[in-house]
Write a protein that binds this ligand. Structure first.
Ligand SMILES: [Zn+2]
Length: 470
């Protein structure tokens, strides 16, 4: 007896041999995959309570998004494109997210999860970079939504324990002068004493991290310039102690790189690099830095679309792969990409690297797809139970409808998924053995999708006005 059989599809296993099983099936008991193989064999071996008929579609591992932000999704479309990282951060994201109410935050989380589920995402790593730690109501409202969503979340608990130096303070003041009508929160608003922020994050891990469940909490120093050396060390120690990972934004824009040694060297020297560290971005780095990442076993979240949009350049992924660095593809901020849909980024990312290197052989479709599945799972320290369809792994599965003109013919589903899929052809999503979406109908939230969209549009218009955006 088994609980669920997802059958009649082309199973893209993402196992060690990257097998694709045409006319395949995946059998699930409880939250675990118990068998993967030909559909007729599994039909004979397993008497399932429920059947999901993939109707010839691709049966793929649920996608893993190793770097994203949630709250700013309500600010979509509310700013001009012509902004670099600091202009966008200090004139748009910070003022906008700080003006959000707890209800706005819960609504943003709901909208985010709807989009993620529709895109086949079953695990996402949120980097919450604007945390005011004396009040957990925002965090708890978001975590409650993630719990209801039915998919897995990692909450990267933002840590800031160093204020801006006078030169940076002055730079931000100059940048903020562009948007004089906006209500800019003071720079020091998020700065906590090191011991205090470490204690808050540890307490959040102890109360909300579920080692066997769908919800995780990681310590997440925000960026190098606002984190002390001791905080980086304490964050890594917390990750070790609680058997989680830690993540930080590193070397995204040139303006952050103001040290005599590179950010990667600095982080190596202070003990932050290693198998428990996942670094977002790593754009402004050189070959020596790549070697350090490889030697320390540090993983990277590559945020191609957001980096292109802010015109920071992008990470040297080909060099990273050549050196053996594990790299997952993240969607980053919902208002920089402007989506949280990994499949829609994969083609642009693969093409961008090919074009940059003038070499069509780099970042092949299989590697690009790995960066959304098994390699992304490895990047977040979960390759043992996520990222591929194999017996013994968690039953996180998406079914992609291939019956569309733009996906026909499909001789190689991996190539089609990366280079032809737009990302919204996902039909059914299973997470931890539970059906979260079936035939495009989201099962996990009670509220109708249209009602959430209407509420989000109204809340966003109100937020934009309150913040003073023009
Ligand atoms: Zn980010």
């Amino acid at each position: 007896m088994t609980d669920l059989l997802v059958t009649n599809g082309r199973v893209v296993t993402q196992d060690a041999d990257r097998r694709v099983i045409d006319d395949g099936a995946v059998a699930v008991t409880g939250d675990e995959i118990v068998a993967v193989g030909p559909a007729d064999e599994l039909a004979a071996d397993f008497d399932a309570d429920r059947l999901v008929d993939a109707e010839g579609g691709a049966i793929i591992p649920g996608l893993v998004n190793p770097h994203t932000h949630v709250s700013d999704i309500l600010l979509r479309g509310s700013f001009a494109e012509d902004r670099g990282l600091l202009d966008w951060l200090y004139n748009v994201k910070r003022p906008g997210t700080l003006a959000m109410t707890v209800d706005d935050q819960a609504l943003a989380a709901t909208l985010y999860c709807l989009e993620a589920i529709r895109a086949g995402v079953t695990t996402f790593v949120e980097n919450d970079t604007e945390v005011v730690w004396d009040d957990w109501s925002t965090i708890e409202a978001k975590l409650a939504v993630y719990e209801r969503s039915g998919i897995r979340s990692v909450y990267g608990a933002g840590m800031v324990d160093r204020g801006a130096d006078p030169a940076f303070q002055e730079l931000v003041t100059d940048i903020q002068a562009r948007d004089a009508n906006v209500d800019h929160p003071p720079l020091e608003l998020f700065v906590e004493e090191t011991d205090d922020v470490v204690a808050e994050v540890e307490s959040l891990i102890e109360t909300h991290h579920e080692p066997e469940g769908r919800q995780s909490v990681w310590p997440a120093p925000v960026v190098v310039p606002t984190t002390t050396t001791r905080c980086f060390r304490e964050a890594y120690a917390l990750a070790e102690e609680h058997d989680v990972m830690t993540t930080a934004h590193v070397a995204e824009a040139e303006a952050e790189e103001r040290r005599d040694i590179s950010s990667i060297e600095y982080l190596r020297n202070v003990g932050y690099l290693g198998e428990r560290a996942l670094l977002g971005h790593c754009v402004q780095i050189d070959e020596r830095d790549v070697r350090i990442l490889a030697r320390t076993g540090t993983s990277v979240a590559h945020n191609y679309m957001a980096n292109m949009r802010l015109a920071t350049g992008f990470a040297p992924v080909v060099a990273m792969h050549d050196a053996g660095v594990t790299v997952g593809l993240g969607t980053d901020n919902a208002i920089l990409n402007d989506t949280v849909n990994p499949l829609s980024d994969a083609r642009a990312m693969a093409g961008g690297h090919k074009g940059y290197h003038r070499d069509p052989s780099v970042v092949p479709a299989q590697r690009a797809f790995d960066m959304l599945t098994i390699e992304a799972a490895e990047a977040i320290g979960r390759a043992d139970d996520l990222g591929s369809l194999e017996a013994g792994k968690q039953a996180d599965i998406a079914v992609v409808d291939l019956n569309h003109p733009h996906l026909t013919p499909c001789s190689d589903p991996v190539f089609t998924l990366v280079h032809a899929a737009q990302g919204f052809e996902v039909d059914t999503v299973v997470c931890a053995g539970e059906i979260v979406m079936e035939d495009r109908e989201i099962q996990s939230f009670d509220e109708r999708v249209d009602d959430v969209l209407a509420r989000a549009s109204r809340a966003s218009a109100d937020l934009v006005e309150r913040t003073g955006f023009e």
